[in-house]
Design a protein around this ligand. Structure first.
Ligand code: FES
Ligand code: FE
Length: 325
């Protein structure tokens, strides 16, 4: 397993979906993970009972801060320590009877987990201030690798075809050149433009929109859309995080930040993003190989693919193997 992914932070849930006493089973990098909350605090454990390996998520959360295994009823406190073996009441319990726990934090309304030793903090959502309101969209489950999903997010030349009437339309298919640089271990894409008939939920006429991306981690990207609707600030900031569930199964999450439409219900933004994402999904799931090919001769390229080719080269340099071929 790639250390770079083990030591990175990955989103596994929307914070609102886990209230006190709630649990949720998910997967990260092929590992079964149990997410649960006790007294406001969220926990991320390996979803495997230390007794006989059954899934703890099949059990339940008792009295807000105890997880009970479904198989033989062992009870674990919020520190992961077994405090009760119903088959042997009153007998001392080994220190080793404890669950495997992972680092977990909450930020931007999402639950983030690191399976290894965190090298860094949760990615910074640059540029967000009080003028913006945040809306989480997703989870979008897609049967492809996370790098394929990232590359699709960086790709503008598909807009007039896959997102016709929204993010592009014929005959506005020609792509202007744009800039790509690797700066401090991030990929920066600037001055990428697209004519968009419906750039966001508020737009009622076509505009030329400038996209800037920052690929800040192998599976985390930030997008800025300009011009803004209020002065010189960008209208939309989007944080895309990809939960690598398995090598060819990904859950995509977006945190949208808008400096317009503050009175719009969140649902309007979610509906728009759902429409766009489900247009991408069929194409993404049809791509073969599902893992992103890093060998430049594996697929044919066009000049507009500059950002995706830099992304592929960068992944090769940092040695990412999970989700690549
Ligand atoms: Fe969990 Fe036996 S497998 S209590
Ligand atoms: Fe798309």
């Amino acid at each position: 397993m790639d250390k770079i992914l083990l030591d990175d932070w990955h989103v596994v849930a929307n914070s609102l979906d886990i209230v006190n006493g709630d649990k949720l089973a998910t997967q990260l990098l092929g590992q079964d993970i149990l997410i649960w909350r006790s007294k406001g605090e969220v926990h991320a454990w390996l979803d495997q009972c230390p007794h006989r390996g059954s899934k703890l998520s099949l059990g339940n959360v008792k009295g807000d801060d105890i997880v009970v295994c479904a198989y033989h009823g062992w009870q674990f406190n919020s520190k992961g320590r077994c405090i009760k073996m119903p088959a042997h009441p009153g007998k001392p319990i080994s220190e080793r009877a404890r669950t495997t726990q992972f680092e977990v934090k909450e930020k931007y309304g999402l639950v983030w987990v690191c399976l290894g030793e965190p090298i860094d903090d949760i990615p910074e959502f640059y540029g967000v201030d009080n003028n913006y309101h945040l809306v989480i969209t997703g989870p979008y489950e897609v049967y492809t690798s996370a790098p394929r999903a990232v590359e699709n997010f960086l790709d503008l030349s598909h807009f007039p075809f896959i997102h016709a009437g929204y993010l592009g339309e014929e005959p506005y298919t020609e792509m202007d050149d744009y800039d790509v640089e690797v700066i401090d271990n991030e990929i920066h894409v600037t001055n990428a433009t697209a004519y968009q008939p419906r750039a966001n939920i508020n737009s009622d006429e076509g505009v030329k929109v400038t996209y800037s991306y920052r690929v800040i981690r192998p599976l985390t990207v930030m997008l800025t859309k300009e011009p803004g609707t209020q002065g010189e600030k960008p209208s939309d900031l989007i944080l895309m995080v990809n939960q690598p569930v398995q090598e060819t199964r990904t859950i995509v999450w977006f945190v949208l930040a808008m400096n317009y439409g503050h009175d719009e219900p969140d649902k309007s933004f979610c509906d728009f993003q759902d429409t766009i994402f489900y247009q991408d999904k069929a194409v993404l799931e049809s791509q073969r190989p599902q893992c992103l090919p890093l060998d430049p001769s594996a697929e044919q390229h066009q000049p507009a693919d500059k950002s995706s080719n830099v992304y592929r080269r960068w992944l090769k340099e940092i040695g990412l193997s999970y989700g690549t071929s």
